[in-house]
Design a protein around this ligand. Structure first.
Ligand SMILES: [Zn+2]
Ligand SMILES: [Zn+2]
Length: 353
């Protein structure tokens, strides 16, 4: 197996796009136009001069719009070059309803040439593939997942596993392992601060890194395991569902949400600060909150960690693009620790090991 050191003649990009940012259930309507009302789904695209890989995190209702766009892109490519089938990896943090409810309406499922790899967290007593199949099963849905036209394979990922997405395909492996060049790496950390558990992911591509920590509740002085895991990441996407008042039960008409498995912006900024990440994105917004509330939460969070933004549908964050060099870390603390960039990928141990 060969490895390839990073050079300036080897342009590489990692792009994160938000298709659904809302927790619990979708909230369409005028009060959520700015940030969006769809439940979680994120698109991560890793690209270099040789390859492009599409990774989809979670299948909340946001995945419906993403599916339509993937189908359109494939159609446009067919016109140009005679056909590029949709190829994507669908990675799930956990299988709660708000992270799977868009799957039945994900257009590529129905496209015979589409090649989809489902990667499911090994968190349950039941087989996770059977749990996912329950999202599309008679009599609550007319078409079973197994009956859809696309080509599908299923993998399971445990906390100690590493997912490798490369030219040879997708596989889950366990350290120590050799990582070939042109490979998108996903490491996992299990959080116990959410009912039934959840996997937090660190996605790494040629010197760029994104940590997705949704559906997790913070701890006093920060979740130290997560802080180690997220150390120096370019982007940390962190659950920030509740205001402090709501979390503590001080918001009229709403009970305390302590122990529900979700965080406040203060908990998210604590992790971002201690982990020294490049930027923090607040995620998994409460369905009770309107745009104004989310904007206020963003401002308060920026006082604690300046390079913070609130996730909104359609937001796209490129890492490694030429334009990115001008203002990627605008507002980031200049003297904060940075993640050392490995010269090669061979036998790299997980950050949390
Ligand atoms: Zn959720
Ligand atoms: Zn959940």
């Amino acid at each position: 197996m060969t490895t390839q050191p990073l050079t300036s003649s080897h342009p590489s990009q990692l792009t994160l796009k938000f298709w659904g940012v809302r927790g619990s259930y979708p909230v369409p309507g005028s009060a959520t136009l700015r940030y969006g009302g769809n439940t979680p789904s994120l698109e991560i695209t890793a690209r270099n001069e040789n390859h492009t890989f599409t990774l989809i995190l979670d299948a909340g209702t946001g995945i419906i719009g993403l599916g339509r766009e993937l189908a359109q892109r494939a159609k446009a490519m067919r016109g140009q070059s005679g056909g590029t089938p949709i190829e994507a990896t669908l990675l799930f943090t956990h299988l709660h309803h708000d992270h799977t409810q868009g799957l039945p309406f994900f257009t590529p499922l129905m496209i015979p040439t589409a090649r989809l790899t489902f990667v499911l967290p090994d968190l349950y007593e039941q087989n996770p593939q059977e749990v996912l199949a329950g999202v599309m099963a008679s009599p609550t849905f007319p078409v079973a997942l197994a009956q859809t036209a696309s080509g599908k394979q299923f993998l399971t990922l445990r906390e100690t596993g590493v997912l490798l997405i490369g030219p040879e395909g997708v596989r889950a492996d366990y350290p120590p392992l050799e990582v070939p060049a042109n490979t998108l790496i996903v490491r996992a950390l299990r959080s116990y601060a959410h009912p039934q558990g959840v996997l937090i992911y660190r996605i790494e591509w040629e010197g760029h890194s994104i940590v997705i920590a949704t559906d997790t509740e913070g701890y006093v002085k920060g979740d130290q395991r997560l802080i180690r895991f997220a150390r120096g990441a370019d982007i940390l996407v962190h659950d920030a569902q509740y205001t402090d008042e709501h979390y503590l039960g001080l918001k009229p008409g709403l009970p305390s949400t302590q122990g529900f498995g979700h965080s406040t912006p203060a908990m998210a900024t604590e992790v971002a600060q201690q982990a020294g990440v490049g930027q923090l994105i607040l995620f998994h917004h409460d369905p009770n909150y309107d745009d104004e509330t989310l904007a206020t939460m963003e401002l308060l969070a920026q006082k604690r960690f300046p390079n913070t933004r609130t996730a909104r549908e359609g937001m796209e964050i490129p890492l490694g693009h030429p334009a990115d060099e001008d203002h990627p870390r605008a507002g980031a603390q200049k003297d904060k620790p940075r993640r050392p960039r490995p010269a090669q990928w061979v036998s790299q141990k997980p950050a949390h090991a």
